[in-house]
Design a protein around this ligand. Structure first.
Ligand code: HEM
Ligand code: NAG
Ligand code: NAG
Ligand code: NAG
Ligand code: NAG
Ligand code: NAG
Ligand code: NAG
Length: 360
């Protein structure tokens, strides 16, 4: 009886913890901004029509240094197809590169790189990661991943590739396109037939997390302090919503914000995360050393001698940062799915396959 009671109370405290977590996020993270720029449907249709007609030309063009008549190997075809869609999306909107890097992080840090973040909720029957507070109205780039998936299907026949793989490639291509260092992306991830709302809430670091909590969350995924600081360097690109930054729990109080927080807590504008949000460089770390990190979670990296020394190393030497970041991204991209979860190669990234074609 005592045994059972202790289990019950453990379960209840876990539930309370989860609910408290949701409440904190609701207050600090909840999004006001909706309808970020979406891709133009006309352009996309034109592009896919053109891609079918000019398949061989495209392949030749992207492989101009290889034999023109040689068809691409299956993986070269996949890489080429994803890169083209990603580069086009970033040319249209530079921030998309940042968003795709973050999407891969949010995929991998929650039960491994399993495409879980991409699954749409099904009202009444399925609540996944997409609407979990760290992602709701915040994670973006889903349509680019869907387009890349479609382009692989169109241009690389009989070459199934998981949505988790596409995310990994898209993140790497974004790093490169924004000025970071390239690295190899191994393929072979598979997509989960499940997602984890609570997992997104508890496994992902939050902007109000102190250093102790951040170190624990990264350690849970087998990353040391140096790898954690390198990965946090992704905030060298992209933006936070003022809805996030105007909450004092989430922000470095010394940061000079562009958001009009004095007027309204729900300013729907964006705040750049460093002085050069379109370029993958070391300026994020230089900003930290000027006490101008934006998020609370960013600035605490200078408050501990170990992590502060790493920040200074990176702020002094961009090449060291870019190299460490690339290595940490490879490691992050290898985080395995939860044991026992059903895996497949999803046909459409936002939903699981009909069960008849499920377990591949
Ligand atoms: C260290 C702990 C981290 C915390 C607490 C954190 C938190 C956040 C928050 C709160 C935002 C803004 C979201 C919004 O306002 O909608 C953000 C944006 C971003 N995060 Fe992180 N993050 C962390 C680590 C990472 C890592 C490891 C990566 C990738 C490797 C990453 C990539 C990004 C990018 C690129 C953006 C900008 C996205 C955009 O402009 O769409 N973050 N992060
Ligand atoms: C996600 O955001 C929408 C729109 O702002 C909101 O209606 C919904 O309650 C949020 N979902 C969760 C689970 O917080
Ligand atoms: C979902 O996330 C929770 C909290 O992190 C974790 O305990 C649980 O194992 C996860 N579930 C699966 C199926 O991975
Ligand atoms: C860090 O945050 C956790 C959770 O809020 C808290 O329990 C802990 O005391 C904090 N640690 C420090 C050093 O502030
Ligand atoms: C902030 O909002 C107030 C009131 O709407 C306005 O007077 C002020 O110019 C705004 N400041 C900035 C920096 O946008
Ligand atoms: C912002 O918040 C105020 C009060 O908190 C509310 O009246 C207003 O409608 C909100 N504005 C937007 C754009 O959500
Ligand atoms: C600083 O970070 C190091 C490296 O993770 C950790 O071992 C140490 O306990 C931290 N010190 C403080 C005071 O938080």
């Amino acid at each position: 009886m005592a045994f059972r009671l202790s289990h019950l109370s453990l379960a209840l405290s876990l539930l309370a913890l989860a609910l408290a977590g949701v409440a904190i996020y609701r207050n600090t993270y909840e999004a006001m901004s909706k309808g970020f720029q979406t891709l133009s449907p006309e352009l996309d249709l034109l592009e896919s029509a053109a891609s079918i007609l000019t398949l061989n030309n495209n392949n030749a063009e992207q492989n101009s240094d290889s034999k023109l008549t040689q068809p691409l190997s299956p993986s070269a075809c996949i890489f080429s197809a994803v890169r083209r869609v990603v580069n086009r999306a970033i040319d249209r909107e530079r921030r998309m590169g940042a968003s795709l890097i973050r999407l891969h992080f949010h995929d991998c840090f929650v039960d491994g790189c399993d495409g879980g973040v991409l699954l749409d909720d099904i009202p009444g029957s399925f609540q996944g990661e997409k609407t979990s507070p760290p992602n709701n109205n915040s994670a973006r780039g889903f349509e680019v991943i869907e387009q890349a998936k479609q382009r692989v299907k169109d241009t690389c026949p009989n070459t199934p590739v998981s949505c988790a793989d596409i995310l990994a490639i898209a993140a790497r291509d974004s790093v490169v396109k924004l000025g970071g260092q390239g690295y190899n992306v191994a393929l072979g991830r598979r997509d989960a037939r499940a997602a984890n709302f609570t997992g997104a809430l508890t496994q992902l670091p939050a902007p109000f997390d102190n250093l102790t909590v951040q170190i624990r969350k990264f350690n849970d995924k087998n990353f040391n302090a140096r790898e954690m600081v390198a990965l946090a360097g992704a905030h060298t690109v992209g933006f936070t919503r003022c809805a996030t930054a105007c909450n004092s729990n989430n922000v470095n109080p010394a940061a000079r914000l562009q958001c009009n927080c004095s007027v309204t807590q729900n300013d729907t504008n964006l705040q750049q995360l460093d002085r050069t949000p379109a370029v993958f460089d070391r300026v994020y770390f230089q900003d930290l050393n000027r006490n101008q990190g934006i998020l609370f979670s960013d600035q605490v990296l200078t408050g501990n001698t170990t992590t502060a020394a790493i920040v200074t190393t990176y702020s002094n030497n961009g090449a060291v940062f870019l190299g460490d970041f690339a290595a940490a991204m490879i490691k992050m991209g290898n985080l395995p799915p939860s044991p026992g979860v059903q895996l497949e190669i999803r046909d459409v990234c936002s939903r699981v396959n009909p069960s008849s074609v499920a377990s591949m």
